[in-house]
Design a protein around this ligand. Structure first.
Ligand code: PNS
Length: 162
């Protein structure tokens, strides 16, 4: 039987427990999930793509059903390349919905075979985003409740060096 594979795209700058929650729940629906880091030149990232890959790798404890990859350009093209027409996205709140709805609609317009599955973020991570985590970490605030230890340490190192 053909494996069911989904793409979980994002910036993952850095990965949080919110992302990991969506990833683990995605793995209950699909045989494999490709975590695809968008190499988005418009967004100024704190971590390089390689650093982000490494943090994800260390956060998933060697799960063979997770593939970590990155892509340039359009998500629809990447999805076609890897032959996985399902995309998973986490939804935190209504404020996420508008952008996500636009993006999913545009993607479906570009590729009618592609489908976006939205998963509601678990209540513990509703307010967690990579952006807010970076802001808290930048001023030495506690983030270990929201990110794996390896990420918390890397954030500390990054901001100490800056
Ligand atoms: O974690 P993010 O930053 O919310 O993820 C957004 C992401 C990377 C999924 C989105 O920006 C994306 O798919 N970028 C690739 C370019 C593209 O295909 N955009 C969608 C057409 S509107």
């Amino acid at each position: 039987m053909k494996e069911k594979v989904a793409v979980y795209p994002g910036s993952f700058d850095p990965i949080t427990f919110g992302h990991l929650d969506i990833l683990h729940r995605g793995l209950e629906l699909f045989d494999k999930v490709i975590v695809a880091i968008a190499n988005n030149i418009e967004k100024k990232a704190l971590f390089t793509v390689e650093e982000r890959k490494d943090l994800i790798r260390k956060s998933i404890n060697g799960n063979d059903n997770v593939i970590i990859d990155s892509f340039d350009g359009l998500l629809v093209d990447y999805v076609k390349k890897v032959n996985a027409p399902f995309v998973i996205r986490g939804l935190r709140a209504m404020s996420d919905f508008e952008f996500e709805f636009q993006m999913a609609s545009m993607n479906r317009n570009l590729n009618p075979h592609m489908d976006t599955l939205f998963m509601m973020t678990s209540k513990d991570y509703f307010f967690v985003s990579s952006r807010t985590i970076k802001e808290v970490a930048q001023f030495n605030g506690p983030v270990s409740e929201f990110v794996p230890e390896v990420v918390a340490l890397s954030l500390k190192e990054k901001f100490q060096r800056k």
